[in-house]
Design a protein around this ligand. Structure first.
Ligand code: MLT
Ligand code: ZN
Length: 465
């Protein structure tokens, strides 16, 4: 599917011909999602270099009725930045300018700034960014804002929404709205930046972000703790959250099968001589050395098997690697059916059993690799050995989660991959409101069409002729 005649040359006149990619060899990396499971053949990739270029490109596309998909680091896991055939991808990666933090720890970054670049700049000025995740070298702050990314420190600092003080954004018709440096208090009606956080590129293009940094703890310690039941690990997280002194920064859970695959993939020794069923990674940070606190939690926790602790940075990184390498390992041995669910806090064990039963009901010898963020009861459920029944597996597992009152997408978003199941987590009345919001922002439905909201019956009919 080609772009309307003349559009790409008009766009090239704005961004420069070198920033308009049409050669499939060059567009392939943008056309395909990180998992390799989703791809579309874009009409072109347009790499904008400033807010004003972004505005002009969206205005030209809007006037031509050209559908657009916005893309940052392309590390999303639900294909929210993957084009349909004929879409124009507007890549925001070149919007990578970032300021130094001010005295209060706020800085302004372009949408294409990577998480790692923000972390590095923050550290150089004695600050830290409140969100961290394994894709830090590629994931961009614009994409993380558009998806309200979570990651491993949500228990301490919240998700992206909690770090954002203001946004500059561009509407589908090219209008630029600057709400970057708004007053700290401003109750003048619907909060537009807040509506964009988690909108997955369906409402407007986020161009710049005002972030609040946090103070890093002076000391950190990490422990891997083995348990023979998930219930014991959950009780330990509860204990770790409620103590005084050093604060819980992360509480991540892994299970024996995933950990064994990670060790084989990394070619490293297992952390424990006797592999426990459940492994909890706890990180504490504070102005005092948290080792004592960690020892205290381990001593009081129920059903602790074995534990290893590190407080130097190399040792901490080594323990984190067991957890962070899960995603790469799964991509290498899979790709799996990737699901990202949240369960009601009290129903984790039941939830895992229900998901296993659901998956095995579809493919009896499929394997579930589960890990995730235990404090939020957010489990990443990866089903291996079910290539021929991806949709059915996803459907069965997500229905099991919904039946328990869980969410079908805890932090990855809906994207193109999960639209069919949105109704399991959102009522028809809510979906009506979501559609109304979409129409208000993007009346011609040109931004990320088919992402987040399932196609309406009339749209589906339109597609068929
Ligand atoms: C993680 O927590 O590592 C990410 O959400 C990635 C994943 O689910 O694979
Ligand atoms: Zn995660």
């Amino acid at each position: 599917v080609d772009a309307p005649p003349g559009l790409l040359s008009d766009v090239a006149a704005v961004v420069g011909p070198a920033q308009v990619l049409v050669d499939p060899a060059l567009t392939a990396a943008y056309d395909t999602d990180w998992t390799g499971l989703f791809r579309g053949r874009s009409a072109a990739v347009v790499r904008v270099g400033s807010t004003s270029e972004l505005s002009s490109v969206l205005r030209l596309c809007g006037a031509a009725g050209q559908p657009v998909v916005l893309q940052g680091g392309n590390t999303g896991l639900v294909a929210g930045a993957t084009p349909r055939d004929g879409d124009v991808i507007v890549s925001l990666r070149r919007l990578a300018h970032l300021s130094d933090p001010d005295a209060g720890g706020q800085l302004t970054v372009g949408a294409g700034t990577t998480l790692a670049a923000v972390q590095e700049r923050a550290r150089a000025f004695g600050w830290e960014f409140g969100v961290d995740l394994a894709a830090r070298d590629s994931a961009t702050i614009g994409g993380m804002t558009a998806t309200n990314a979570g990651g491993v420190n949500v228990v301490r600092h919240g998700s992206m929404r909690a770090q954002i003080r203001g946004l500059e954004f561009v509407l589908a018709d090219g209008t630029v709205i600057d709400r970057l440096n708004r007053p700290a208090k401003d109750n003048t009606g619907y909060d537009l930046p807040d509506q964009l956080i988690g909108s997955e590129g369906t409402l407007a293009a986020i161009s710049r972000i005002r972030l609040q940094l946090v103070r890093p703890p002076r000391h950190r310690a990490v422990a891997l703790i083995g348990f023979d039941s998930l219930a014991a690990a959950v009780a330990t997280v509860q204990l770790a959250r409620t103590g005084e002194g050093p604060q819980l920064q992360a509480a991540e859970v892994m299970f024996a099968p995933g950990l064994a695959l990670v060790c084989a993939y990394l070619r490293v020794a297992a952390p424990f001589a006797q592999p426990p069923q459940v492994v909890l990674l706890l990180e504490f940070g504070g102005s005092l050395d948290p080792l004592g606190q960690l020892a205290d939690v381990v001593a009081k926790a129920p059903g602790v098997g074995d534990a290893v602790v590190a407080d130097d940075s190399a040792g901490r990184a080594r323990l984190w690697r067991y957890r962070e390498a899960h995603t790469e390992m799964l991509a290498a041995v899979g790709p799996p059916v990737k699901l990202d669910v949240a369960l009601p806090a009290g129903l984790l064990t039941e939830g895992i059993t229900a998901m296993e039963q659901a998956a095995h009901g579809v493919v009896p010898d499929s394997q579930l690799v589960v890990f995730g963020h235990l404090a939020e009861a957010n489990l990443h459920v990866n089903v291996l050995g079910a290539d021929h029944a991806r949709e059915q597996i996803a459907d069965a597992v997500l229905r099991a989660v919904a039946a328990l009152g869980g969410s079908i997408s805890a932090e990855h978003g809906v994207g193109r991959a999960k639209t069919g199941w949105l109704g399991l987590s959102r009522s028809p009345a809510e979906v009506r409101v979501l559609r109304g919001i979409k129409r208000a922002w993007d009346p011609a439905s040109l931004l990320a069409a088919g992402v987040l909201l399932p196609a309406e019956v009339s749209e589906m009919n339109d597609d068929s002729h």
